[in-house]
Write a protein that binds this ligand. Structure first.
Ligand SMILES: [Zn+2]
Length: 241
């Protein structure tokens, strides 16, 4: 794309005039903090949440630099933290909408979980993106990273591979953050519980503290005894985020 890089690498389809119009719209969406009116659905970002976004920015700046890619800074106003009661999916916790130039994530009491999903969606924003103008003259996402839309496959191509790669990068990022103390007390507590409970098992007999655990905490049982609960990275086939 022309002037300034906003994360969209290509516009396909349509005529020159339609393409120019779409470019202008995307640019406006990228720049204008007041274009998306989610006011009551969106949460005012806390310092901790803003920090999580800046941590992802830093990591992505470094990655782009290393790869020789053009500078891209996703403005804070394009990253929306949605209040739980207004989040309408139980399948995924975040989504990147290329046409809206926006990232939407569900608020989370765990800062590690929130940092993970923010980074995940920012990775989608940062990866190769193409938007298509279809036969009806409407814009639709065509490519995000390796994922690609196709006429013969409703869900598109390489979506699952793209998600798997993104998840691996997310995992690496969270592990780095954990080791550098980026997640404060929550991270410390998780690392402590992982080291104290190496042999705990889940109900199905598999190890509780596997490589995918990113948050661990203690919870009280009804009888007053304690148990350790965890959250894990996972792949879901139908994940569309
Ligand atoms: Zn994703």
């Amino acid at each position: 794309m022309g002037e300034r890089y906003i994360g969209v690498d290509r516009i396909v389809g349509g005529d020159e005039e339609q393409q120019e119009e779409l470019k202008g719209k995307l640019q406006e969406r990228f720049d204008d903090p007041d274009l998306e009116t989610l006011r009551e659905k969106e949460k005012l970002k806390s310092n901790e949440e803003t920090q999580a976004i800046y941590m992802a920015h830093e990591k992505l700046y470094a990655t782009r630099k290393r790869l020789g890619l053009p500078y891209l800074h996703i403005p804070l106003h394009n990253i929306h933290i949605i209040k739980k009661e207004h989040w309408d999916s139980d399948r995924f916790a975040g989504i990147y909408k290329a046409k809206k130039m926006g990232i939407y994530v569900c608020e989370d009491e765990s800062i590690t979980a929130l940092a993970a999903i923010i980074y995940h969606e920012m990775l989608h924003f940062h990866s190769y993106g193409a938007i298509q103008i279809n036969d009806e003259g409407e814009a639709e996402p065509y490519r995000v990273g390796m994922a690609m839309k196709g006429k013969s496959l409703p869900g598109g191509y390489f979506r699952i591979v793209n998600e798997a790669v993104t998840k691996e990068m997310e995992k690496e990022y969270i592990n780095e953050g954990m080791e550098s103390g980026a997640f404060g007390i929550e991270g410390e507590q998780t690392m402590k519980l992982i080291s104290e409970h190496p042999d705990d098992k889940k109900a199905d007999g598999s190890p509780l503290m596997n490589d995918d655990v990113y948050v661990a905490w203690k919870s009280k049982n009804r009888d007053g005894s304690e148990r350790v609960l965890t959250r894990e990275f996972g792949y879901q086939k139908n994940d569309r985020h």
